[in-house]
Design a protein around this ligand. Structure first.
Ligand code: SF4
Ligand code: SF4
Length: 358
C-alpha cells in the first residue's frame, strides 16, 4: 500500500494533465516512489502551475524558508520541478508527467544504474497504464509538426510559425539536450540504429533551466540551425508545442522511439491529428522511382504507385517534409493543405482548445 503522500500525488498529477498523467496502478506508485522522496512528494503536491518563490512555498507550508529552498533546489536538479529567474527572483514551477518529468530525467544523456531503473519503471508504467486505461486518446493536439520550410513550394503562403528559424531568432537562450526518448530506449537496452541523440532544443526560460540543471548545452543561433540540418539529414521530423507565439521546446523525432509519434501512429488516420498544415506534391517528371521517400516517411504515408511514382495517403501524412528533404531529384515540394486551421497562439489558448474538445 503506497504512503498517503503518493496517493495524493495521483490526483495532483492527473489534474496537471497531459498523456499518462496518472493511474491508480502499482506501476504509478513504484515510479513515483523512485523519483520522489516522501518529503519531495509533499512539496510537489503543493506546487501550483504558476512559478513561485521558495519564500511563498515556505509561507504556504509553514516551514523554514531555508529548508524549503534546499528541497526545491534538490528537486530542480533531479528534474522534479523546473526553476528559472523571473525578474530578480528565483522561482520554481511544477511539471506534469509529460511533457515534464519524463523528459527531464533523460535530457542529460547520463548512463547510470539509477537512470536505467527509471527508464524501465517509466516503460512499465506506460504499458500498465495502457492496459488499464487504453492508449491515451488523441484529443485536441498538444503538439504539432513543423515542416522543413525551405521545401515549401514557391508561391505558397508561409506563416512565420511555419518556420523553425523564427523561434531560433526569437529566443535569447537556446539549449540543446539529449533526445529523452531515444536515450530512454538505449537505457532499456534498445538499439537506436545510429540516429543522433543531441538534437532536442529548448527555448527561453525552459532552456535556461535545461542548461543550468539538466546538462543541456547553450548554443548560438548558428549552431541551432546546424542541429536542425543534422536532424533533417537523419530523417527526423520537427515537433513542437501546438502554439504559434510561445514554444518552449523543439524535438527532432523518429517513428520508433518518440513517445508522441508512436502514440499518434496508433490512430487509424494519424495525419488528421498531428500535422504541419502542409502536404507533399510530387513531380512525376523529376521522380526516378528510387523509393527513398517511401523509406524515410515516418507514418508510412507513401507507397509506390502507378508509373513507378510514389502515391500519398493524405490521412497518414504529417506534412513533415522528411520525404522532400531526402529526395535527391528535388521532385517533392510542400504545399499548404487547404483549410488547415491555424494553431492556438498561446499556451492559454491551447488549454482552452483542449478543454473545449473534451
Ligand atoms: S525520393 Fe524523389 S526520386 Fe525517389 S521516389 Fe521519392 S520522389 Fe521519386
Ligand atoms: S509523405 Fe511522409 S515524409 Fe512526406 S510529408 Fe507526409 S508524412 Fe512526412
Amino acid at each position: 500500500m503506497p504512503a498517503q503522500v503518493y496517493r495524493d500525488m495521483l490526483d495532483v498529477m492527473v489534474k496537471r494533465g497531459g498523456p499518462y498523467s496518472g493511474a491508480d496502478i502499482p506501476e504509478f506508485y513504484s515510479l513515483m516512489e523512485e523519483l520522489f522522496t516522501p518529503e519531495e512528494a509533499q512539496i510537489n503536491n503543493g506546487l501550483p502551475r504558476q512559478p513561485v518563490t521558495a519564500a511563498e512555498v515556505a509561507t504556504q507550508t509553514g516551514r523554514d524558508e531555508g529548508e524549503i529552498r534546499a528541497l526545491l533546489e534538490g528537486m530542480a536538479d533531479k528534474g522534479l520541478c523546473s526553476t528559472f529567474v523571473q525578474g530578480q527572483q528565483r522561482v520554481y514551477q511544477s511539471v506534469p508527467f509529460m511533457p515534464g518529468l519524463f523528459e527531464f530525467q533523460f535530457m542529460s544523456g547520463r548512463v547510470t544504474e539509477r537512470y536505467r531503473k527509471i527508464a524501465n519503471l517509466i516503460y512499465a508504467y506506460k504499458k500498465a497504464y495502457e492496459a488499464a486505461k487504453g492508449t491515451p486518446k488523441p484529443g485536441f493536439p498538444l503538439t504539432r509538426v513543423i515542416t522543413v520550410d525551405r521545401k515549401i513550394r514557391a508561391g505558397n503562403r508561409i506563416h512565420t510559425y511555419d518556420q523553425v528559424a523564427t523561434y531560433i531568432d526569437k529566443y535569447g537562450t537556446i539549449g540543446v539536450g539529449t533526445c529523452f526518448c531515444r536515450h530512454a530506449a538505449q537505457l532499456r537496452g534498445e538499439d537506436i540504429h545510429g540516429m543522433p541523440l543531441d538534437v532536442c532544443m529548448w527555448f527561453g526560460e525552459k532552456a535556461e533551466y535545461a542548461v543550468e540543471r539538466l546538462g543541456s548545452r547553450k548554443v548560438s543561433k548558428k549552431e541551432a540551425l546546424e542541429v536542425l540540418n543534422r536532424a533533417e539529414e537523419a530523417g527526423l521530423l520537427h515537433m513542437s508545442r501546438n502554439t504559434t507565439e510561445e514554444i518552449d521546446f523543439l524535438c527532432n523525432c523518429d517513428r520508433w522511439h518518440c513517445d508522441v509519434v508512436t502514440q499518434i501512429l496508433k490512430h487509424p488516420k494519424p495525419g488528421l491529428v498531428f500535422n504541419s498544415g502542409f502536404r507533399p506534391n510530387l513531380d512525376s517528371e523529376r521522380c526516378t522511382g528510387c523509393g527513398v521517400c517511401i523509406d524515410r516517411c515516418p507514418p508510412g504515408a507513401l507507397k509506390m504507385g502507378e508509373g513507378n511514382v510514389p502515391a500519398l495517403d493524405q490521412d497518414r501524412c504529417f506534412g513533415c517534409a522528411v520525404c522532400a528533404s531526402g529526395c535527391a531529384e528535388e521532385a517533392i515540394a510542400m504545399e499548404a493543405r487547404p483549410d488547415w486551421p491555424e494553431p492556438p497562439k498561446t499556451v492559454k489558448d491551447l488549454i482552452t482548445a483542449i478543454k473545449a474538445a473534451r
